[in-house]
Design a protein around this ligand. Structure first.
Ligand code: BES
Ligand code: ZN
Length: 625
């Protein structure tokens, strides 16, 4: 139980002892930080347990059912939940129908759902259904799946989309446990961020329990023709049949990753760490849903070369899921720590060489992002101000890569041993609780800097744009070698394939990303003829190569058709956005729009939103007959 909740129960207990003064007592019961992305007022009443009873209807593409909530009520006569694009049919409080109202609709936040309760109400119940605008949900036709025979559904809650499939207090500060009963069509399996089945049931009815309290954005559901294969007692993969063994092979180091992570920063408390491989339209590389990471199939390269993504989602089991950003303005508290932890897991498993390459890729990502955001320097601060914005728009890779660089700089300044002890303590002391940027700064001062009589320009790192001068310098011998070979090629126009035969995809990515703008189309052709980059089977290499093909106006080897294939089959936002940005930068908006019209129906709403915005795409108004 976290400190605010403990405090709350303590106060309730004391108040129970002096019942007469109860009415008059004005106490802040929940140390809730005002935040711009939830209507909830947990000081009055909050949900601490949810029981979902829902049915997944693929024919009508809706979820229907009932949500039953245990609430902690501070003498309030109303409780406010977040709701967006849901149909609320009826609401009960302690078993009796009660009044409710849906407030004005905000395009980003949705509507506050205000429910009338009694001062002693402990349970409420909502009958509701989702709509076609429930943005968390992506309903896939069989042809959009790996096996192509059964439909598929998955949810994406982060940042503020859980409210589009469950009426909920959708703030990272409000944690709840949950259980669920989910009816799906026979022949399909349902899995959640909870204790999961390992086999299909006869009747398509599944029961779930999540006994650890989590914020609403981590409630997740996937339904499809899934099977499970265990890697170790506590790790394994869910996937469609044609992907199961590939996923199993790719992720076979998962148990080692969990052990390495535990050695670094303390026990893995969620018991099970499974990964589900979703269809290719999944909008993220990975999503750290507790007990069950959701992952893109583009991470399955056949050679484990992209599995740092699994290390990343695993690391969120500490940074993010245990110690959660208080508001989305503190997003780097989730992602910066997670990238740092990810690099440490990769180093522990595969050594410095690989970790250095990953760190340098992150460093270059940071430079690219700083360049992209050069006209909006406030967006390059770690502490964000997302008020009035969709958090999904405001959250960029600064949180990841500048967050990482900050923590790495701290590590190098204080020394690894001290930094590791500090982080371990940090996770332990704040488990199942939340962290603001300011609270972290104070904690850092007290527990690391002052203790070691050190000063550090923390304020500059978190509250100023750009990157401070004292940044850690990241180098990689492997990448130095790549740069030399690239230089030779540019100068001599000759490329010796032999010397690259042991290159990892990271080396290729570095090589391709650093092709100079002055490189000629002929040189692009020479490379492609020699290396067949256009037909690479590694999704990361594909992405960076397609970006360069567009930058250099290269059209050989049918690359345009390949780019179109890639964009219409993959919905991973980072990939798709990188390529569409390249089209835009190179004045090929029309080509981009032509492809986008075809690919858009395959994308999840979060990718659609980003690309609509990027390409200023306006969907045609539906014609009313
Ligand atoms: N939690 C994020 C994904 C996310 C961020 C979803 C913001 C919604 C809003 C996840 O852990 C993540 O960072 N995924 C990355 C992969 C990672 C290796 C950098 C991704 O999807 O590319
Ligand atoms: Zn992450």
């Amino acid at each position: 139980m976290n400190t605010p909740k403990l405090l709350f129960y303590l106060i309730l207990f004391v108040m129970a002892g002096c019942a007469e003064s109860k009415e008059k007592e004005e106490v802040v019961i929940y140390s809730y930080v005002e935040e711009p992305h939830s209507y909830a007022k947990p000081n009055n009443a909050f949900v601490n347990h949810l029981n979902l009873e829902i049915a997944v209807d693929f024919e009508n593409e809706i979820i229907t059912g009932k949500a039953i909530y245990d609430i902690v009520n501070n003498n309030s006569t109303q409780i406010i939940l977040d709701s967006k694009n849901l149909t609320i049919e009826s609401v009960m409080a302690d078993g009796k129908e009660t009044e409710f109202s849906l407030g004005a609709n905000d395009k980003i936040l949705g509507q506050p759902l205000t429910i009338t309760i009694k001062k002693d109400t402990k349970k409420i119940e909502i009958i509701y259904k989702t709509t076609k605008d429930s943005e968390a949900l992506q309903w896939l036709k069989p042809k959009q799946t790996a096996d192509k025979t059964k439909p598929f559904l998955f949810t994406q809650g982060q940042a503020i989309l859980t409210r589009t499939w469950i009426p909920i207090q959708d703030s990272p500060q409000i944690r709840l446990t949950y259980e669920a009963t989910v009816q799906v069509p026979k022949g399909l399996m349902a899995v959640m961020s909870a204790e999961n089945p390992k086999e299909k049931t006869e009747d398509g009815l599944y029961h779930f329990r999540m006994k650890q309290a989590i914020p609403a954005y981590l409630i997740a559901l996937a339904v499809g023709d899934l099977s499970y294969k265990a890697i170790s007692e506590r790790t394994g993969v869910y996937a469609e049949k044609s992907m199961l063994n590939k996923a199993f092979d790719e992720f076979s180091d998962m148990e080692k990753m969990v052990s390495a992570a535990e050695n670094l920063y303390g026990d893995y408390v969620w018991e099970q760490f499974d990964v589900i491989v979703l269809p290719p339209s999944f909008p993220f590389g990975g999503m750290e849903n507790p007990r069950l990471t959701f992952a893109t199939p583009t991470v399955i390269a056949g050679d484990k070369s992209l599995t740092s993504l699994i290390a990343h989602e695993l690391a969120h089991s500490w940074s993010g899921n245990l110690v959660t950003n208080t508001t989305w303005n503190d997003f780097w508290i989730n992602e910066g720590f997670t990238v740092y932890f990810e690099m440490r897991i990769m180093e522990a498993l595969y050594g410095n060489e690989r970790a250095d390459m990953l760190a340098l890729i992150s460093r270059q990502d940071l430079d690219d992002e700083l360049e992209y955001l050069k006209d909006t320097p406030n967006a390059t601060k770690l502490k964000l101000n997302l008020k009035g914005k969709n958090p999904d728009d405001g959250m960029n890779s600064i949180a990841y890569d500048k967050g990482y660089l900050f923590l790495r700089t701290l590590e190098e300044t204080v020394g690894r041993n001290k930094f590791d002890a500090f982080l371990k303590q940090y996770f332990k002391e704040h488990a199942f609780s939340t962290m603001t940027t300011e609270k972290f700064v104070t904690y850092l001062n007290t527990n690391l800097l002052e203790k070691n009589k050190m000063t550090f320009n923390t304020d500059q790192w978190v509250n100023q744009p750009g990157v401070p001068k004292n940044q850690a310098v990241i180098t990689s011998d492997k990448f130095k070698n790549v740069e030399e070979i690239l230089q030779e090629f540019i100068v001599n126009n000759e490329f010796d394939k032999e010397i690259t035969k042991d290159w990892t995809p990271q080396e290729w990515v570095h090589f391709i990303r650093n092709l100079p703008a002055t490189m000629t189309v002929e040189q692009m052709k020479t490379l492609d003829d020699l290396l067949n980059l256009t037909n690479s089977s590694n999704s990361y290499i594909q992405m960076v190569w397609y970006e360069q093909a567009i930058n250099h106006d290269y059209h050989g080897r049918n690359v345009d058709a390949k780019i179109e294939d890639f964009l219409t089959s993959v919905g991973r936002r980072w990939y798709v956005e990188t390529i569409f940005k390249a089209f835009k930068r190179n004045d090929r908006l029309e080509d981009a729009l032509k492809i986008y019209e075809k690919s858009r129906p395959n994308y999840h709403s979060v990718t659609v939103m980003t690309i609509d915005d990027l390409l200023a795409f306006k969907p045609e108004e539906e014609v009313i007959k």
